[in-house]
Design a protein around this ligand. Structure first.
Ligand code: SAH
Length: 541
């Protein structure tokens, strides 16, 4: 045990020295260590090995510009439609067939965001909607809560401190977006259960699109029997509604209920044996009942769709996805970041012939306040409208109900270029390969989120960060917590595992795929927070 403790001390010393080390986005883009890493252990808790690869990314938009001739596309699609149903041909079934139809009715192409949304959350073919576990042994990546129990415990400390800052109210809604396997929430509830006032106030509200993951979450939270209630009008809950489809009415105003149950929708509920809290599953924020609210989003925003815009002589055009237009072959280059000679794929990235309403609105909004020289140098901008809509709804929510929001993810201050990436079977693949079978994610533009709060000074909501995950976790007491766990470890091996997990959470190392050393997450992951009017700056920021 002494050896492990000595290691812990060394590691932590290293982390302290490493504090404040900034990363260079461009270096990261070329040397990469992927943020999501594969899990080769058992049950997702075992240490994961780094996935290192050379990403195929276009990061400065300096490639050739291609305008699409929509009429030609439409002709191509019509021709194929005449040739017979894609499914019958045995070529374009599943998600590809669905995308093809969507493109056909959208005039030949769809924005990148629509592609990402369908790939991740299409009710039948979406990556997150499969029964297969995307995390853990057979999954594609491992996340911080799956690496170490300390992560969820420290988020619990953060939540408890915010609860006190709120004046220890009698009820507290803890909302988590995209809880994955439910591990973070389980560790949070376990870590805080001795804090009686907090425990008695808490109800848990999980916003999750995947029916399979909802089941896993119920199991992780030890909810036992679940109860599914009819909504108003007697509709029964069948499939969760996608929060993205509701984005415009996510006002965060949850009607008049004062109880814990969701407002106005069919819902599933259970009771966690971990701390006795009631647990509810929701389709979106709007059904979470009123009252002081803490919101946690861990690796959620990176899973929300992005749009991409490219500067051209015609102004900011939008990258679109089309099917088999033949344009790539003709021009010999594409806009997707890979040479067209590489491999033949059904889908292609093209540019809109001119600026689109989205490029007009979103790009100019994002560039507001950016120094002119910097703005002029940008060739490519990636933005996530659903992330911004949700952040805006969260501002409203805590403005009206009081509370705080904590989001942790990989990302940068922004504005960002092309950061969209895909992982399938532990390897990076092209984002247009294997739709629905690869995990798609993009870096979070933290600056775009903060801008939303700054544009609403009347809300009284204050936004802090981004700070590094390293700074947040060390401020929340990672070191003493780890020391305690190591002291109580039942074996040297367990102590080692605890130390290595924490090293990984706050470390900065690039990792070594050869020897199986995972890259550190301490700087690449960042945290951003918001608190409602009058609350002090949250710990860690
Ligand atoms: N927070 C977890 C899981 C991150 S993966 C962890 O850190 O381990 C992203 C999670 O968000 C998954 O649970 C996924 O099913 C969910 N998700 C993705 N898109 C969603 C959407 N549009 N609405 C609700 N949940 C979504």
């Amino acid at each position: 045990m002494r050896r492990a403790l000595a290691r812990a001390a060394r590691a932590i010393d290293g982390e302290r020295r490493a504090r404040g080390v900034a990363i260079d986005a461009r270096a990261r883009a070329t040397t990469t260590t992927r943020t999501r890493t594969r899990d080769d252990g058992d049950g997702g808790r075992a240490r994961a090995r780094a996935l290192a690869t050379t990403p195929s990314r276009e990061d400065d938009g300096r490639r050739g510009e291609i305008a699409i001739d929509r009429s030609g596309l439409r002709r191509a699609l019509e021709g194929r439609a005449r040739a017979g149903d894609a499914r019958e041909e045995g070529t374009r079934g599943g998600l590809l067939g669905h995308l093809e139809r969507a493109m056909k009715f959208a005039g030949g192409s769809i924005p990148v965001s629509e592609y990402v949304r369908e790939c991740l959350t299409h009710p039948e073919y979406g990556y997150y909607m499969r029964d297969a576990d995307v995390f853990g042994k057979k999954g594609d990546f491992v996340t911080s809560p799956e690496i170490s129990q300390v992560f969820g415990e420290l988020i619990g400390v953060w939540a408890a401190l915010q609860y006190e800052a709120l004046g220890s109210p009698d009820t507290l809604r803890i909302v988590e977006f995209g809880p994955g396997r439910g591990t973070l929430m389980a560790d949070l509830l376990r870590g805080t259960r001795k804090f009686a006032k907090f425990r008695d106030a808490v109800s848990v509200h999980l916003i999750e699109v995947s029916p399979a993951l909802r089941k896993t979450q119920a199991k992780t939270l030890r909810c036992g029997e679940l109860e599914t209630t009819a909504a108003e009008g007697n509709a029964r809950f069948v499939v969760p509604k996608n929060v993205l489809e509701n984005e415009t009415d996510a006002t965060g105003d949850a009607g008049g209920s004062s109880g814990d149950a969701p407002v106005g929708e069919a819902h599933t509920r259970g009771k966690s044996e971990i701390n006795g809290a009631e647990v509810f599953w929701h389709d979106g924020l709007e059904s979470v009942p009123r009252g002081p609210t803490l919101v946690i989003c861990h690796e959620f925003f990176d899973a929300l769709p992005v749009r991409q815009f490219q500067r051209t002589e015609r102004g900011w055009c939008e990258k679109l996805i089309t099917i088999d237009s033949g344009l790539v072959a003709e021009d010999g280059e594409d806009v997707s970041g890979e040479s067209s000679g590489a491999s033949r794929r059904d889908l292609e990235m093209v540019l809109s012939p001119g600026p689109t309403p989205a490029s007009h609105m979103l790009v100019s909004r994002r560039l507001k306040g950016i120094p002119k020289e910097k703005a002029d140098s940008l060739r490519l901008i990636e933005l996530s409208p659903p992330s911004m809509t949700l952040w805006d709804a969260l501002v409203d929510r805590i403005e009206k109900n009081s509370g705080a929001v904590l989001a942790i993810d990989y990302g940068e201050e922004g504005p960002l270029g092309n950061t969209l990436e895909a992982i399938k079977d532990h390897k990076f693949v092209h984002v247009l390969d294997s739709p629905g079978e690869a995990d798609l994610s993009a870096y979070v533009d933290f600056g775009a989120l903060r801008q939303i709060v700054e544009e609403k000074p009347q809300s009284g909501v204050k936004c802090y960060g981004p700070v590094t995950q390293q700074q947040l976790l060390l401020s929340l007491g990672l070191v003493p917590r780890l020391e305690k766990l190591v002291e109580n470890a039942s074996s040297e091996a367990q102590a080692d595992e605890l130390v290595q997990g924490c090293e990984r959470l706050v470390g900065d190392g690039a990792g070594d795929p050869e020897s199986g050393v995972a890259p550190g997450m301490g700087s690449r992951y960042k945290a951003i927070a918001m608190v409602s009017r009058g609350l002090p700056k949250p710990v860690g920021f």
